[in-house]
Design a protein around this ligand. Structure first.
Ligand SMILES: [Ca+2]
Length: 513
């Protein structure tokens, strides 16, 4: 963020001496060559903080827990929009959805921001070798200029059971014969580069929502990705690298090798105890979890059975443990190669995930469970390894934080701030609020804001006065089960929070930032 925070951090770094010369005055083409630190950037799809290190004792995630024990865990980190492409576009450009204009899965950020320098691209400009593996940008919307070599993606089956794969093939064939199957379509490309800018989604034929075949890790995509990442680390070990490694689980379907389900064979899971919309919450807040309903055996409408809910929760944990094990392989290789002492690691799950809370499954809402995300930084020589902070953090902060940790100047135009001051002092006063948003059909946008104590949300149709409001007080209602926005005694509080939301993220920054 500024010279002070970086200097403050680097004073304690193992390699402080070697860093003294890195500053924003250095020609950008040389900065990476002079920088001491690599970056291992780990993106996990649909991972909420359902992890041991976040206090979830049932979760078996020893590798992510170990990473947290070596770094800083952000206990209250929030994505800017709880669905894949919008959150990834936001984090990777360091801009919020209202700037990227990516609110759906069909739009590339280069339509609104043709010249934006993405996070990996920025490191590339500073002499880093940047490489992306598996899901970093949303599938179909890669950004070739971000990478030194073409992006790599695994080719793997979605299921292990041949019967499940056969059923998908047969259903696809049937729809094609019937004439109702639609292929994914590219509807807009960049005339100069041919880059896909806008797509139209085709038919997706789904299998079961969970499966536990007795197969090796690398039969599926994430195991292949871990193998590839290990290969890349060996190739890149003498370069200054920014290696982005994406993992697909625990995204649906919860398909993981049986050994990860076996970890939970004796674990008793129970459905969420608040499986209903919060009291006095507007219907607009609900997303109705169409994503899950599309899987075989899931109800097309109405509730899940208790058994289904429990199996989904078990599957989510097993799929997260599978990814945790793959992350462990990659980090262990970094250790084995002796690269850990010069590699900054960041781990993030792209948005939260509702496991039945508020009657919701999946993401696509502005609720706490959909917007709260895991975020862990582990940097060599960091002042307070193994600390957790309750200071508010946002995904737009990842870009400037990595620049700050690597000693690169923080570019202009980013809409977040470096979290290095919090890594140095996890209890310091920090942002007053974290902001997220989610659109609904009919030109409606829901803006939400998490403060230390409250979540305040407004839903409104563009250009219209009518606004639906939600307010949760986590001090008196830790699960956010009752919206108290309409209570007469909260009129002044609602007015104050409304103003804070209107004033936006700049007004919520810490003093002096
Ligand atoms: Ca996702």
């Amino acid at each position: 963020m500024d010279g002070f925070s970086r200097r403050d951090f680097l004073r304690t770094a193992l390699m402080a001496g070697a860093y003294a010369g890195v500053s924003s005055l250095m020609p950008s083409s040389l900065a990476g060559d002079e920088s001491e630190y690599n970056v291992l950037f780990i993106a996990v799809d649909d991972l909420r903080p359902q992890l041991g290190c976040y206090g979830v004792s049932k979760a078996k995630t020893p590798n992510i827990d170990a990473l947290a024990a070596s770094g800083t865990l952000f206990n209250r980190a929030y994505c800017q929009q709880a669905v894949c492409s919008p959150t990834r576009s936001s984090l990777l450009t360091g801009r919020r959805p209202d700037t990227t204009k990516v609110y759906d899965l069909q739009t590339h950020f280069r339509i609104a921001l043709p010249d934006v320098v993405t996070l990996p691209e920025y490191f590339k400009q500073h002499g880093y070798f940047t490489q992306g593996l598996s899901k970093i940008y949303h599938p179909g919307f890669d950004d070739p200029q971000s990478w030194s070599v073409p992006h790599w993606g695994p080719t793997a089956p979605n299921y292990g059971d041949p019967e499940d794969l056969k059923a998908i093939r047969e259903e696809t064939q049937r729809l094609k014969q019937e004439g109702t199957f639609k292929e994914n379509e590219v509807v807009q490309t960049d005339p100069n580069t041919g880059l896909t800018l806008r797509t139209k989604r085709g038919t997706m034929v789904k299998g079961p929502a969970w499966e536990a075949p007795d197969v090796a890790d690398n039969v599926f995509a994430d195991g292949m990705t871990a193998d590839k990442a290990i290969e890349c680390l060996n190739e890149l070990k003498d370069k200054r690298f920014f290696l982005a490694v994406g993992f697909l689980k625990p995204h649906l379907p919860f398909v993981a090798p049986k050994k990860y389900y076996d970890l939970y064979a004796d674990t008793k899971f129970t459905p969420a105890d608040n499986p209903h919309l919060p009291t006095d919450c507007p219907e607009l807040a609900s997303a109705h979890w169409g994503e899950l309903r599309a899987y075989k055996g899931m109800p097309k409408q109405g509730d899940l059975t208790e058994q289904q809910a429990v199996e989904l929760i078990r599957g989510y944990h097993a799929a997260a443990s599978y990814t945790d094990a793959q992350i462990g392989k990659v980090v262990n290789e970094l250790d084995r190669l002796g690269l850990r002492k010069k590699t900054i690691i960041v781990l993030w799950g792209d948005h939260g995930w509702q496991l039945g809370e508020h009657g919701e499954w999946c993401k696509h809402t502005n609720f706490e469970e959909a917007t709260r995300v895991p975020l862990i930084f582990s940097a060599p020589g960091q002042k307070k390894p193994g600390t957790k902070t309750d200071d508010l953090a946002e995904f737009v902060d990842v870009y400037p934080t990595l620049c700050d940790l690597a000693g690169l100047p923080i570019p202009k135009g980013l809409e977040g701030i470096s979290l290095v001051p919090v890594m140095n002092d996890p209890k310091r006063p920090w942002k007053k609020a974290a902001f997220s948003q989610y659109p609904r059909p009919g030109n409606i946008m829901g803006y939400t804001m998490r403060t230390d104590r409250y979540r305040y949300t407004e839903w409104a149709e563009s250009g219209k006065d009518r606004v639906s409001v939600e307010l949760y007080d986590y001090k008196t209602d830790p699960k956010g089960n009752v919206s108290i926005a309409g209570k007469p005694e909260n009129k002044e509080l609602v007015a104050k929070l409304h103003k804070m939301l209107q004033d936006g993220w700049k007004s919520a920054l810490p003093e002096g930032r």
